[in-house]
Ligand binder design. Sequence first.
Ligand code: GLC
Length: 739
Amino acid sequence: MASYSFNTLDPATEARVAELLGQMTLTEKIGQLNQISPLVFTPPDPSQGVDARPTFSMRQDLDDEIRAGRIGSIFNTREASFVNRCQRLAVEGSRLGIPLLVGGDVIHGFRTIFPIPLALAATWDPDLVERTARAAAEEASATGVDWIFAPMVDIARDPRWGRIAEGAGEDVYLGCVMAAAQVRGFQSQGLASGRAVAACPKHFVAYGAAEAGRDYNTVDISERALREIYLPPFKAAFDAGAGSTMSAFNEIAGVPASANPLTLTTILREEWAWPGLVVSDYESVRELIPHGFAADLKDAGRLALSAGVDMDMMGMAYLNHLADLVAEGALPLAAIDEAVRRVLRLKFRLGLFEQPYVDESVAAQVTLTEGQRALALEAAQASLVLLKNQGSLLPLKPGAQRLAVIGPLAESRHDLLGCWSLFGEEGDVESVMDGLRAYLGDTAPAPIAGCPLRGDGDFEAEAAVAAAEAADIVVLVVGEGQDLSGEAHCRTQLGLPGRQQALVDAVAATGKPLVVVLLTGRPLVIPELAEQATALLLAWHGGIRTGRAIADALFGAIAPAGRLTASWPRHQGQIPLYYAHKNTGRPARGAGTGQFVEFFRSAYLDAPNTPLFPFGYGLTYTQFAYRDLALDATTLGPADTLTARVTISNIGERAGVEIVQLYVRDLVGSVTRPVRELKGFARVALEPGESRRVTLTVPVADLAYVGADLQRRVEPGGFELWLGPDALSGLETDFNVMA
Ligand code: GLC
């Protein structure tokens, strides 16, 4: 599947840009740098209760502003007819007829909603992830969206941060793989609309490092960490051809990301020579004022544009003040020209001048088709992570056992859409009960909510307990509502919300086997639930086919094969918790239990250091054995490629997919190195009894890291290597890299 690439300059385009730029007045240039949502957003009215939804109303001045050339881009529209109307105002109503860029938050699907990105990453299947991005681009581009504000590539190591839901989790290597896959998918060629879409990896940069996991909070990290952890997924996205990026809300070591010369100019333009378009996040230019970085909106406009933000999303700083700044000599016209050049460059590369209008008949042909729905099911199935299966309770035989279905999420559809589903409809969603009914028909039990999804409302433990007593097996459907993760949805308490744990306690007291289906937008802190569950299936907010996927797994039509891409803590006090941590000078030797302090070791008094479930972890309905790990060579030079081989056997009774992971540890470095780093993985499907010799390769160049001098280098020395099923286990060997 070919994709567009917007990461280089095309001479013919540059000539067209220069010719048009030469015709533009300063007002028209500034208009191109202004991005507006046609919809005025009104937050939900709290007096309407927890289910109140925000409202959106159409701006009244939109038409005049477009005709006057004061708007270069609109975003978050949903109808092709509306986009065509706005495009006509721009193309036929303005002096130079420059078409609009039409953006959209298509984070995990447009109308066909796929699992949240943290769940998609748990598939460890970049090809599948690319196909979901292409499917999203098919639907979005048919409505006139030619600029998708995704993938979100922020590395996140703090599950208190609600936006951990939107990215690929804690790991740099996997984050790079998933970033590139999504860019390729979004920027696919051959879409039914005949149009092209630009991806927009975000939020540039280090947004996931917000202190205390609180959204928009301070980020104060070393430039070395910035370059080693937070920048690589953006570089992977740009190398995959991404045509734009979005500057973040947060500051980085005192300088806001939306006015940061180091990241926006030195790294992006001088070191990486990337020619794409930088759009600010929503009013993040205006927010330089509350940051205490700009004195007023005019100052904010000057600082942001000078640093390298080309387009101002909703902030009005550019529209209102750039002309004065140029007139006062506070901003060179050349800086504005360069920003406008990047906007025009993308518009030309997207073909908007040749094809500004979208064929309004296409959307109905490509939206929510059987193929899209089948892909949504495939993705929901592949994102399931089986965290526990005591006594191989799962899979169940349909009808063989009396089931009770309990929990506040058993019938929910809206919550399964996840935190970023602007254009999704809950009527498209299969709830958990819909999935169970597909197997059990009328024999499916009537679900009992047991308690509300949040808060202290009606607690129906008696009815739940009675249902459990009358059943052979209890299916508990618990977790987070979709409104507890995503932007500005951070939590200090990461257990089950409301009275759900009390409900679980009451049902668990019956002693019946518990199949827990956990729906969530983030890692949760669930040590009691994990203990009480007989089987624990993590289904995330898995999109429109979540319910069917869960039923397929519970009744064995498919075997869960997902693996975690963010660590699940035992206690919130462990956060931030991630596998690629440093060894320290006093590493904990054991688990570090509460009764005694390991002799002055980096351990807690009251908990082990290890997670409840580690990065890379996930079970399936069979077991795998690893043997005969070997390296083709144990001494390698800088230009060599490491080749590791291991035999994996399916020693169970069912077919299954193992995701074998390759980790290394650089034992001695000029800066300290993590105890493990993922450097490769492979999906291996094996029939029962089947064995396979699996080979994974890692160019020695990929062992490079950022030194104290901020240069990437591979340093000679000893390495350990693991091949295994997660970040805490595997067969181990070692090798040396020579100078
Ligand atoms: C939001 C988000 C960003 C989104 C943008 C446009 O505040 O931070 O991810 O793309 O605004 O909706």
